[in-house]
Design a protein around this ligand. Structure first.
Ligand code: ASP
Ligand code: MG
Length: 436
């Protein structure tokens, strides 16, 4: 099935697609039977829910508590997959940088955990620890691919040396120029022979002085887009446990519909409103270089999935997007004055400083309201900044629903028997906030 292509393709495999030995074998089969004939870069996420587990381990370690049971459990989980892969594949890893025993990385991790000091920067240490999930997983996948008789050579390239970021820990800001140079330098060499596969980690980058950063939770999609942009890839494929881009999350809404084809713009908006299928930062670099993005199911690789690219399409069926964990903040000037541009300037400045992103806003004569993702720490920071000048009230535990391409039946379906705390509609989008 492999097609002859000259350009590089990028495949991203998320946590569910590498969650155990069977899943990793399925990944190998996809690469063998559905992969391109030409060069391929594979971007790998941490196995299953490993990132959550590492966050917990890290938090315990930082606070000087015992994490040994949780670490042992994560190690055992990876060891089991490794042992099963060894049984199924006669390992003959010709090791082009791929570790034969990725489980030994747990020893390294254990050492790092022991070095954490309570007065260290929490977010910086987080990146040094939590990034191990991807490194271990990518070496496991590389090992399996190298032993799977793909008739391709499999090479390792470390993401932390290719994606260069600033020191915004846990949300590294990409230095596109250096990343372009570094990722080309690594991959040009490795891809000099055709028919090669390079394996790297999703989610992580590195600072110029060699410290590891992460790109934000669920950031492996973004990694794939960064590589595709910098290496001028022909296309990106994200392998997921859903058949493609759907008009709603099937875990929440019944009767979902698949979009066979959709534009970058539409997808960017859906990701912005909270559709969880693609990390929101992923689309921009791809749209800029017009690199098509395919979303396909690793459970059904024959199916065409969704093609996201530069296209005109017929009107789309309504898309339903639910974003939980919202907070509605309203501001009134203490002297009951109208909300002025000067007031708004102060409020926006404080929101930016507190790193609260606005999902929706509305104003009336004397009050201004915004809906943001709730973070207690950030809201407290905002209150401290604005309390002197404004009366601030807020409600938490709210859910924001967005219907793109709404029609009357779709609004009725979603709003029936719900008390709307705030609603807003434009020509194409209907949004409302409720307490569920
Ligand atoms: N493993 C990371 C996370 O779960 C990154 C990713 O999966 O995209 O957030
Ligand atoms: Mg993940």
């Amino acid at each position: 099935m492999g097609k002859e292509l000259t350009g590089l393709q990028v495949y991203k495999f998320g946590g569910a697609s590498v969650k155990d030995a069977a899943a990793i074998l399925n990944l190998c089969r996809i690469v063998r039977d559905f992969g391109p004939g030409g060069p391929l870069l594979i971007v790998v996420s941490a196995m299953g829910k490993t990132t959550n587990a590492l966050e917990e381990i890290y938090d315990l370690a930082y606070h000087g508590r015992d994490y040994s049971a949780q670490l042992a459990a994560s190690r055992a989980y990876h060891q089991k997959a490794h042992d099963e892969l060894r049984q199924q594949l006669s390992f003959y890893n010709k090791s082009y940088g791929i570790k034969n025993s990725p489980i030994l990385l747990f020893d390294e991790l254990d050492n790092k955990l022991a070095q954490i000091s309570a007065n260290g920067n929490y977010d910086e240490w987080y990146d040094q620890i939590v990034s191990y999930g991807e490194t271990i997983s990518a070496h496991m996948v590389g090992n399996a691919l190298a032993s799977y008789k793909l008739e391709r050579q499999v090479f390792w390239a470390p993401a932390s040396a290719m994606i260069q970021t600033d020191t915004t820990w846990r949300e590294g800001g990409v230095d596109w120029t250096t990343t372009g140079l570094e990722s080309k330098a690594f991959t040009d060499k490795l891809l000099a022979g055709k028919n090669r596969v390079i394996v790297t980690e999703g989610f992580i980058g590195g600072t110029p002085d060699g410290r590891t950063t992460t790109l934000g939770r669920e950031g492996s999609d973004y990694s794939a887009a960064i590589f595709a942009y910098c290496l001028n890839a022909e296309s990106v494929t994200i392998w997921k446990d859903v058949p493609g881009l759907l008009n709603a999350d099937p875990k929440i809404f019944p009767d979902t519909v698949l979009y066979p084809e959709i534009s970058y713009q539409e997808t960017i908006e859906m990701a912005f409103y909270g559709a969880s299928v693609i990390h929101p930062k992923t689309l921009k670099p791809l749209a800029e270089r017009r690199i098509p993005l395919r979303v396909k199911s690793f459970l059904n690789p024959e199916a065409p999935g969704t093609l996201i690219h530069n296209c005109q399409h017929p009107p789309l069926v309504p898309a339903f997007i639910r974003k939980a964990g919202q907070c509605l903040l309203s501001f009134e000037s203490k002297d009951f004055a109208f909300i002025s541009e000067e007031n708004l300037e102060v409020i926006f400045g404080a929101l930016a400083q507190a790193r609260l992103k606005i999902n929706l806003m509305q104003n009336s004569a004397i009050s201004f309201s915004v809906c943001t993702d709730y973070s207690e720490l950030r809201v407290q920071r905002l209150l401290a900044l604005l309390r002197g000048q404004f009366r601030v009230q807020y409600n938490t535990d709210l859910t924001l629903f967005t219907i793109k391409h709404y029609d009357q039946p779709s609004i009725e379906q979603l709003t029936a028997e719900r008390v709307l705390l705030l609603e807003q509609r434009t020509r194409s989008t209907f949004q409302f906030l409720v307490r569920e």
